[in-house]
Design a protein around this ligand. Structure first.
Ligand code: WTA
Length: 682
């Protein structure tokens, strides 16, 4: 016992002095070359402090060092959060595709830029920087020849594949904005986004392939564009060999690309020109098209990619998010390519053809950083450790998590089983609005502690704050509140397409002077941040954002429905699942089971499959305040079976409504098939 204690103490003191040596020998120029010129900065803590107190200096140095400019910027930032004015690097001109391609083609043309991990395991396709530039230029020329101009917005409805990346970069090359719509969205949801973006060009594939199944993406586009008079042409790439019906509007993409020149003059874009729109859910029924611009977004994506994941030249970066989400934009495409890296495009699912898919891929592609979603980790851990142990994952150096809170059990499994206890797990918190990672355990000292399930530390230049109900700053530690960001950063969204007022009301007005994230957070005794979840009516199903109002809008469209209230409830694989309370009109005369199926089909058709309610409970009335507001808090407690937590019901118009709902919920649960507490491992 004494011996053990002594050896432990000796080890502790040895490792302390080793750490001292390490921190004394910290080489700032090796860590971040441009920081060598920052006065008084000799360690990471000082660098973090410098990035906040000398934010202009910090971002200017990084922007000059890491981006290739056509002409230099004259103003680092011109931001006023209280008025929603955000401008970075004004006066500067650059081209994002040149930053992602040409400059790497000059130095290492044969380096692999993309590894397309196709649905069929073992059939990956590697694309070099030279050939990705070739594809991008031909496509850029094709778009130009067919009338796409600077400032237009092209909608891309494609699964992750090299031509999807080339489409994004071709838009960037000629100065058009892109609007990637997740290829799991329905025709109606796609149409709504095409209309809002006013696209006249859509790019798609004949069919998608996912989990061994063929998905008729071109047909979905055909249905969508029927309701979009703005669409003049649809480019169709061939993912499978099956021909699809082509109309006068359709263009065979690969065939036409062959006819184009492989050199395409890049447009000189202003830093603040639009790079892309990306639609995401908010608390109203209408998704919002967040707008990201050129230089600031690219810079923030590349810097976070480099430092949060400790990405080094030669590494293979494996982000398994779909390109239809912001994670795919920033960490499958823009961040890695701007850094001249090798990035994986994952087309499949975590369980196809079996639950070893990710780890077999890690072994085969020699992936160094793996970035995925907690929902997949929770699903895979249920299948057992042997699916991981079958494969050699020793190339892994960093594991990342994104999109929703990661529970301790999933975090521990990821760390212990997937990372063999060797790899830091970075729980990265950010949003479509933030453009890139804002809070994550790394960068920090290599041996700095990482607390399971905590995003912990702000990135360079980020200043998270917590506020109270009145908007006053909470300055002490060990406290919780709405999470705001107090300082502008280059990667933040600039506006909502066609609705700057909504941007201001959602993000800038709730806490004037701060950017409001919509999330709550806890700051621990040590000053680390832990995200506690959304504070608005946005839910998160398998890492996908959904507005409860979006689903209610669809359900309320059913002629049999009088009104509805949708909430999210905990689900041990999906994180949250959708629960709908529905009040029917009198004398509908259709069995509830049929109606339930009908409503689910309507939601799939109008939004996407993942938005489908898992549970639908028909009720006589909803709990409302006397002023007619639905008390969702009460509904949440009923579904969580926390009847003790129902709280004060005296403000309800009709307290008896609650009893009825509780009873109805219990009846629904008692039918085993319906139990919301049951796990659906699919
Ligand atoms: C949630 C995804 C806890 C959060 C990049 C945020 C998280 C929303 C985390 C954004 C995390 C994202 N821990 N919650 N590490 N990361 N979220 O726009 O509620 O699809 O507001 O961007 O996901 O989702 P979005």
């Amino acid at each position: 016992m004494w011996l053990r204690c002594t050896s432990k103490c000796v080890f502790a003191s040895l490792s302390r002095s080793y750490n001292n040596v390490l921190s004394r020998s910290f080489n700032i120029a090796a860590f971040m070359p441009e920081a060598a010129g920052f006065e008084g900065v000799s360690d990471r803590a000082a660098l973090q402090e410098f990035s906040l107190s000398n934010s202009d200096h910090f971002w200017a140095a990084v922007a000059r060092h890491r981006l290739t400019w056509i002409s230099p910027f004259h103003t680092v930032q011109d931001c006023d959060l209280s008025r929603g004015r955000i401008k970075w690097f004004e006066g500067g001109k650059l081209n994002v595709s040149v930053n992602c391609l040409d400059r790497h083609v000059h130095t290492c043309p044969e380096k692999v830029a993309l590894i397309w991990e196709r649905d069929e395991p073992g059939s990956e396709v590697k694309v070099t920087y030279r050939s990705l530039l070739d594809m991008t230029c031909r496509l850029g020329n094709l778009l130009r020849r067919r009338g796409v101009k600077k400032g237009d917005c092209v909608t891309i409805y494609m699964p992750p594949c090299p031509l999807a990346v080339a489409s994004m970069l071709a838009c960037a090359r000629i100065g058009a904005a892109h609007n990637v719509v997740f290829a799991g969205f329905s025709a109606e949801a796609l149409a709504e986004r095409i209309r809002d973006a006013q696209s006249s060009t859509v790019i798609t594939v004949n069919q998608g392939v996912r989990g061994g199944r063929v998905i008729e993406l071109k047909k979905t586009v055909d249905t969508a564009v029927e309701g979009c008079p703005s669409v003049k042409q649809v480019f169709v790439a061939m993912r499978t060999e099956n021909p699809v019906v082509m109309t006068d509007r359709d263009v065979s993409m690969e065939e036409e690309m062959k006819l184009e020149d492989a050199v395409c003059e890049p447009a000189a874009m202003d830093s603040e020109d639009v790079l892309f729109l990306l639609y995401t859910s908010g608390s109203t029924g209408k998704p919002k098209g967040l707008v990201h611009t050129q230089a600031g977004y690219l810079l923030y994506a590349l810097l976070t990619h480099r430092y949060v994941f400790s990405y080094h030249d030669g590494d293979v970066f494996g982000c398994v998010a779909d390109i239809g989400w912001i994670t795919g934009h920033s960490y499958s495409v823009y961040g890695p390519l701007a850094n001249g890296g090798t990035t994986v495009l994952f087309e499949s699912t975590p369980v196809y053809p079996n639950p070893g898919r990710y780890w077999e891929m890690v072994q085969r592609l020699r992936i160094n950083q793996f970035y995925g979603a907690p929902t997949a980790i929770r699903l895979l851990l249920k299948y057992g450790d042997h699916w991981v142990h079958k494969y050699d994952c020793s190339t892994l150096k960093t594991l990342g998590s994104v999109g929703e809170p990661i529970n301790t059990e999933a975090w521990e499994w990821y760390h212990r089983v997937v990372g063999d206890g060797r790899c830091p797990v970075v729980d990265t918190w950010w949003q479509t609005e933030t453009g890139g990672i804002c809070i994550a355990p790394r960068p920090s000292d290599p041996d700095a502690e990482i607390v399971p399930g905590m995003a912990m530390r702000p990135f360079f230049g980020m200043k998270p704050v917590l506020v109270d109900g009145e908007g006053k700053l909470l300055t002490s530690n060990n406290t919780s509140g709405p999470l705001c960001l107090a300082q502008p950063w280059p990667g933040m969204a600039r506006t909502i397409h066609n609705n700057h007022q909504r941007f201001i009301e959602t993000y800038c007005q709730p806490y004037p002077g701060y950017f409001f994230t919509g999330d709550g957070a806890h700051r621990s005794e040590e000053g680390y941040y832990q995200i506690t979840g959304r504070l608005d009516d946005v839910i998160n199903v398998s890492g996908h954002r959904l507005g409860t109002a979006e689903i209610e809008d669809v359900v309320n469209h059913c002629p049999a429905v009088a009104e509805s209230a949708v909430i999210g409830y905990s689900h041990d694989v999906k994180g949250q699942a959708v629960y709908a309370f529905v009040v029917l009109k009198k004398e509908v005369g259709v069995p509830e089971e049929d109606l339930s199926q009908l409503l689910k089909d309507m939601v799939s058709k109008s939004i996407a499959k993942y938005a489908c309610p898992d549970q639908i409970q028909f009720v006589q009335r909803l709990p409302k305040t006397r002023s007619g507001k639905i008390m969702r808090r009460v509904l949440r407690k009923v579904v969580e079976q926390d009847l003790g937590g129902l709280g004060d019901l005296s403000t309800l118009d009709d307290p008896a409504a609650v009893q009825e709902i509780v009873q109805g919920h219990q009846d629904l649960c008692s039918g085993e098939r319906h139990s919301p507490l049951k796990v659906h491992a699919s």
